[in-house]
Design a protein around this ligand. Structure first.
Ligand code: PLZ
Length: 440
């Protein structure tokens, strides 16, 4: 098979890109996209790829989903932009109505719309600080919340996200995360450990917000041990702090529920969403308890494009598609097919230290077999990169993640067909074989 790096049209585009696109913005594969639809992508050289990335958990309804395309077209014909702060419009209100219905908790809610996940997280912190009159924000090891100045401070990993970009925002405190593969703690013990750190290092009455991804994304698809999330949420409530769930990567049916918090019966005070909300159009939201959201004075929240009408129309079509096709159930079915296949791979390749995840958010953590170091099983980022490279060469769009760069993650669009899923998993197996990861 021809290596995509040598595909002629992509090579020419790459040459043009290198002359004008900043080096700091990098791409995972050397091929350029021509079209993408459903669970596949075709590059400018006519090569088809199986999509296990969904644009980083964005195109949950598939790329160019028919209803989204039609809604975007129809809205663009009506009007493209007025700025909601100048002349408001119905699609914004309707998205907020949907968010009030779909997010966990039956209490009265309000939402504010933004453009990116990072912007939503920044605003959630602004709202929590304003509502509590406190400043400290508690975040966790391995967290990822964005690349803006405040969200860099909230994000854990230095390289590539923070290196050389300081000074960072203050009053951010990082505490240990439940990471069962490495800490071997129960959810209750890990929560007690984190809470002790908050109480000793920050002080319960200084905490404005506790911010957490219910399943960590960029940090390594880390699923906290059962009970951790509810215990942290309960502590935040008792401390008078705002509990913020960052569901930007986990939301909109990705984990088999509308939101991952629902799997543990957790009702966050505020929830940040983006990515899967609008089928690829830039939209993000903060949704939460009316009394917290409405603490902010009129004019205190906003932005030129936040809740752009085309993005809102796309979100409404996305939500309709998620509902009509029951894509939460589809995410659970993806797990039913993929997990046994991944466990079979783990039985064959001792480098796979753990298979984990939920729904269509699945991961393999790669380690040096039989070696235990100070972090527990020794991470193997080189093997991880080799498998990802082999997958790309075979035509599988596959991402890695993790603080130690040693996690392979699967994020297929939820509309992926059984055949595409099967082909993708087969290519993943072939990538392990081609990468010369040692088999048993
Ligand atoms: N919170 C939980 O996953 C975005 C970032 C990729 P934006 N994750 C992908 C990269 O390298 O930049 C993310 C997330 C969680 C916040 C964000 C930030 O969302 O829309 O990228 O700003």
């Amino acid at each position: 098979m021809r290596s995509p790096g040598h595909s002629p049209t992509s090579a020419e585009l790459h040459r043009r890109r290198s002359a004008v696109v900043a080096r700091g913005v990098s791409s995972m594969i050397p091929s350029y996209v021509r079209t993408a639809g459903g669970g596949t992508m075709t590059d400018v050289d006519g090569r088809e790829w199986i999509d296990f990335a969904a644009g980083i958990a964005v195109t949950n309804v598939g790329n160019a989903a028919p209803k989204v395309v039609e809604a975007v077209r129809a809205q663009a014909e009506r009007f493209t932009h007025t700025c909601f702060m100048i002349a408001p419009y119905e699609p914004y209100v309707e998205v907020c109505e949907r968010l009030a219905e779909l997010t966990p908790g039956t209490f009265e809610k309000r939402s504010a719309l933004f453009n990116s996940g990072a912007e939503a997280v920044e605003n959630a912190v602004k709202i929590a600080r304003h509502a509590t009159g406190r400043q400290a924000v508690v975040v966790f090891d391995h967290a990822y919340h964005g690349r803006t100045n405040l969200t860099m401070a909230l994000t854990a990993k230095v390289m590539p996200y923070k290196h050389g970009f300081g000074p960072f925002a203050g009053e951010i405190y990082r505490v240990p995360m439940s990471y069962p593969f490495r800490d071997r703690r129960s959810g209750a013990d890990a929560a007690a450990y984190a809470i002790a750190a908050i109480e000793k290092h920050v002080g319960a009455d200084s905490v404005a917000a506790v911010l957490i991804e219910p399943i960590q994304g960029e940090g390594g698809f880390i699923v906290p041990a059962e009970g951790f999330l509810p215990a942290i949420a309960a502590w935040a409530s008792s401390a008078g702090a705002v509990f913020i769930a960052d569901e930007i990567q986990t939301g909109f049916c990705r984990t088999g529920s509308w939101f991952a918090c629902q799997d543990e019966g957790v009702e966050p005070d505020l929830i940040t969403t983006a990515k899967g909300i609008a089928g690829g159009l830039p939209l993000a939201a903060v949704t939460g308890r009316a009394e917290i959201m409405d603490a902010v004075h009129p004019g205190g929240l906003g932005g030129t494009y936040g809740g752009n009408p085309i993005a809102c129309a796309a979100a409404l079509a996305t939500i309709e598609t998620l509902r009509e096709l029951d894509l939460a159930a589809a995410a659970r079915r993806i797990a039913e097919t993929a997990v046994p296949r991944l466990l079979a791979l783990a039985a064959k390749y001792p480098a796979i230290g753990e298979v984990r995840g939920r729904g269509a958010m699945l991961a393999l953590e790669l380690v040096v077999p039989d070696e235990i170091g100070p972090l527990g099983p020794v991470p193997d980022p080189a093997a991880t990169a080799a498998v990802a490279r082999a997958a790309h060469e075979a035509g599988l769009l596959l991402l890695t993640c993790g603080t130690y760069g040693n996690v392979i993650r699967l994020l297929p669009p939820l509309i992926i067909t059984d055949d595409e899923l099967d082909r993708g998993l087969t290519l993943l197996g072939q990538a392990f074989a081609a990468s010369e990861t040692t088999a048993t």
